[in-house]
Write a protein that binds this ligand. Structure first.
Ligand code: KIV
Ligand code: ZN
Length: 517
């Protein structure tokens, strides 16, 4: 058996379909490019049958990605599989992923199908998928709670029909490592043609065991790991790619598995996803949390000064985290600015570059030391804004104890400048009221408003997160600026544009829950 692990990233499918994590087409394309650069082997780009928007996103990703296999998810129906087959057509390397539930509970209540019909659906769906590509993955949804005998029958049926990857998801995050590993050992011992397909792990994190379960599955013979950046995904999320990869890299003595990931790109993609989705990473999150490499206590700092390995099991540089160096100042020119962005891995269009440079100059006037994190926040903000129908233009706010608090706001809506002057219960309320006056959205509710400082110091840029909800659909977005109120307006506008894009989408999770073929 090879020691090479296939990394199957499902940030754009299992991750994106979780509440508040939706991305528009441009954002998905950006993430797909970053995933390709990171070196993932397979990108699960979406669930094409869910909506025309999902189809288009998978199709565009298939045209864009250079190295990774592009995969589309389908239930066990011809319509789903056809949609995936058509969406991934332009990809250089393509995969169809089809799934059906196999646990007694799911078969009885969700599918309302007897086991024999489920086996028939597996045979038919995998056979049909092979008409579109030779690379077909089959998943036993709720596989970890499936009885061994039936799981063997289902897997054997899928392999006979032509499945080349067999995925056993822990769909509800219920398994513990020994039990999950035993499923893979059992399948390898009992299914006759098991060596004709790659076994795959797909773990949810409801009990905080997704990464431990994934690694246990690999030790038991799985050679594909399904995971997401920052561990985003349904409920408590999926196994975090960065945790799986850094565990393998840090403990080769116990986890001797090769992979294609360039770990120095982890921090960048983690931040990009967090800005795009508006989902902040918890500070103590392994590998990518703000505190993951911070050493506060005196004893630890003393140890680190004497020998780094006393308290550091991996270096910040290995995940692409460099010390926040002062990178530019107010005298830096456009050329240096563009070069620095290229160094940080950003390529902006001409208009976005011009806007970003103007904002950098304004920031440099207010803030003495511009560090890499400042530039990243500013550029991420511009990249998100670049293709939006509503653009933030200008803001004037009257705040303080003397009231009333007033916001005068200018937005560009579909190319036309619009103004509003609104009083509110405080400056943020006034700003959001002004946005509502320009772009009415009566059924939208503010669910979360959060501010955090990007660096230390009173001149730090603010990064604001806004979460909006409309008829059960949630979106989050971030905005950054040296002025917290401007950052607030930007974040709200980003979120509103996301919600607008989402209005045309069917909820993929609801479509999937419909389940039965
Ligand atoms: O968790 C799960 O079971 C899934 C399948 C669709 C693979 O995401
Ligand atoms: Zn899943």
């Amino acid at each position: 058996m090879t020691d090479r692990i296939i990394i199957f990233d499902t940030t754009l499918r299992d991750g994106e379909q979780s509440p508040g994590c939706s991305m528009n087409l441009e954002e998905k394309l950006r993430m797909a490019r970053l995933l390709d650069e990171l070196g993932v082997d397979v990108i699960e780009a979406g669930f094409p049958v869910a909506s025309p928007g999902d189809f288009e996103a998978v199709n565009e990703i298939a045209k864009t990605v250079k190295n990774a296999v592009v995969c589309g998810l389908s239930r066990a129906t011809k319509g789903d599989i056809e949609a995936s087959g058509n969406a991934i057509k332009p990809a250089q390397r393509k995969r169809i992923h089809t799934f059906i539930s196999t646990s007694p509970l799911h078969m009885k209540y969700k599918l309302q199908m007897p086991p024999e019909r489920v086996l028939e659906a597996i045979r038919e769906s995998v056979t049909f998928a092979r008409n579109f590509t030779d690379d077909v993955e089959w998943s036993a949804e709720d596989g970890s709670r499936t009885e061994d005998d039936f799981l063997c029958q289902a897997v054997e049926t899928a392999i006979r029909a032509g499945a080349t990857t067999i995925n056993i998801p822990d769909t509800v995050g219920y398994a513990v490592p020994e039990e999950y590993a035993a499923k893979f050992e059992m399948l390898r011992a009992r299914v006759p043609d098991m060596d004709k397909a790659v076994l795959s792990v797909h773990c949810h994190n409801d009990l905080g065991l997704a990464v431990a379960n994934s690694l246990a599955g690999v030790k038991a013979g799985a050679r594909q790991v399904e995971c997401t950046i920052n561990g985003i995904g349904e409920r408590a999320g999926n196994a975090a790619l960065e945790e799986v990869i850094m565990a393998i890299r840090t403990r080769p003595d116990l986890l001797p598995y090769a992979n294609n990931i360039d770990t120095t790109k982890i921090t960048k993609i983690s931040r990009a996803l967090s800005v795009i989705t508006g989902f902040a990473v918890q500070p103590n999150k392994a590998i990518v949390g703000a505190n993951a490499f911070a050493h506060e206590s005196g004893i630890h700092q003393d140890g680190m000064l004497k020998h780094k390995q006393t308290y550091e099991i991996m270096t910040p540089e290995s995940v692409g985290l460099s010390e926040s160096k002062i990178v530019m100042g107010k005298h830096s020119g456009r050329h240096a600015f563009r070069k620095k962005l290229e160094e940080l891995g950003y390529e902006l269009g001409d208009n976005a570059l011009q806007d970003a440079f103007a904002r950098f100059k304004a920031l440099a006037d207010k803030k003495k030391d511009i560090v890499e994190d400042d530039l990243i926040a500013l550029v991420e903000d511009e990249a998100v804004a670049e293709h939006q129908p509503v653009q933030f233009m200008a803001l004037q706010v009257q705040a303080g104890t003397k009231g009333p608090q007033v916001a005068e706001l200018t937005l560009r809506v579909n190319g036309e400048e619009k103004h509003a002057r609104v009083e509110g219960n405080g400056p943020v309320d006034a700003i959001f009221g002004a946005i509502r006056a320009i772009v009415p959205h009566p059924d939208v509710y503010l669910k979360l408003y959060q501010v955090h400082a990007i660096t230390g110091g009173t001149d730090a840029q603010a990064e604001v997160t806004v979460r909006l909800e409309e008829h059960g659909k949630t979106v989050s977005a971030q905005g950054a600026d040296a002025d917290t109120l401007v950052a607030s307006a930007r974040a709200y506008v980003h979120a509103l544009c996301k919600l607008d894009a989402k209005r045309t989408q069917v909820n993929p999770q609801a479509a999937m829950a419909a389940g039965a073929p």
